[in-house]
Design a protein around this ligand. Sequence first.
Ligand SMILES: [Zn+2]
Ligand SMILES: [Zn+2]
Length: 265
Amino acid sequence: MQSHEEEDVGLEAVQGALQPIWDAMLGHRDVLTSPLTPGLSALIIHLVLCAPFFLLDVLACVCPHVHSYQISKSTSGKRVLRNWSMTLKRILVNYAAVIVPFTAVLQSLTSPWFPLLAPTCLQLCVHVVLCVLLFDLLFFAWHWAMHRFRWLFLHVHLHHHRHHPVPIALAAQDAGAAEMLSQLLLALGTARLLGLHPLSEAAFHLLNSWLAVEDHCGYRLPWGLQGLLPRLGAGAPHHQLHHRLQKGNYAPYFTIWDRLLGTEL
Ligand SMILES: [Zn+2]
Ligand SMILES: [Zn+2]
């Protein structure tokens, strides 16, 4: 049986598990506060998260086992390469012209908050889950509005729906400048609204990027949201149906809001 002292040491270890990571980050404040960091890190993270799906898309053209995980039939290898290269070009232009300059200005205007203590693992998990749930609700409302009002659809959202009927992972960030900015503000606003610790905020943005990529990847993966949370998680099948029918299934990550408001497909 553990003594009280051993239990206290164990508890401190759990509470302080994130402290070395946060201390290391604090040691690079100049990098964290650089105007280029937010935009460039978002782009690099997106490309790294998408890279395995590029390989899967290429493999799916020749490998029946990979193909069996695809929600829709794969197209030819030539079309896969063309789709990925065209989407990549648009994303790079969008980042260079809009996202990196916008986040650089935002970074220069806001004063950074660097608390000495890291959050506990429990705090970080609670913060991230709350943030994802709130983002899911706000994105649901914004996405519904972009489909409900024709002007918004044509001038803001239509660019993203060029990925029809089947999106690719990269498409998670292939949208017009206005929609990209609105999504960025939605994610930043959600984190600020909940007053997240900077480390929790970074974890939220990382998870948010992954979930958006997974939504568009085109694969029914066992570890996808729909596999991990049956009935509750939306994931790729839910969002792919939205791209195919261009309506309904407006929430990105969970099925709650679409089910409650009658927009589930
Ligand atoms: Zn989409
Ligand atoms: Zn849509």
